[in-house]
Design a protein around this ligand. Structure first.
Ligand code: RB5
Length: 143
């Protein structure tokens, strides 16, 4: 699978570890984030990832900032993106199963790396449930 990843300065360390983890699992990872811990603005990295998701250049995306909220708020401006914020494994499961999140957003300052990996693993392994959830996600985009 081709997965896009983006981060601001708060997510650099986890981003590099995750790239290694995902490539080790055979995925191709496209890096849209900053590679330094110099202070920067999350939207500069969220928009390029969102465009790549909308154009189908990556199948899924992962976004990391301090709280996750800056990334989630920005990503969800894009009609083709369903960015779900998760901070534990159960939420990572539900964001795939119920919300068909095509971008998983995580808070670097409020989750251990161990938790981040376990959220990514759970999200990638979980199928969208469809049914009533399909009807619900169809109502999300602004037309
Ligand atoms: C950066 O200090 C912080 O504001 C950012 O990573 C994120 O938490 C914003 O929502």
């Amino acid at each position: 699978m081709t997965i896009g990843i983006c981060n601001d300065h708060a997510g650099v360390e986890y981003k590099f570890k995750l790239i290694k983890y995902l490539e080790g699992k055979g995925h191709t990872v496209v890096n849209f984030g900053t590679d330094t811990e110099d202070s920067c603005d999350y939207a500069d990295f969220a928009h390029p990832l969102a465009y790549a998701v909308e154009r189908g250049e990556v199948e899924l995306g992962i976004a990391i900032c301090g709280t996750g909220n800056g990334m989630a708020i920005t990503l969800n401006k894009h009609q083709g993106v369903r960015a779900g914020l998760a901070w534990n494994t159960a939420i990572a499961h539900l964001v795939a199963e119920h919300n068909a999140a095509n971008v998983l957003v995580m808070p670097a300052r409020f989750a251990s790396y161990r938790m981040v990996v376990s959220m990514v693993r759970e999200w990638l392994a979980t199928d969208f449930a469809g049914g009533r959830h399909e009807r619900r996600i169809q109502k999300i985009p602004l037309r």
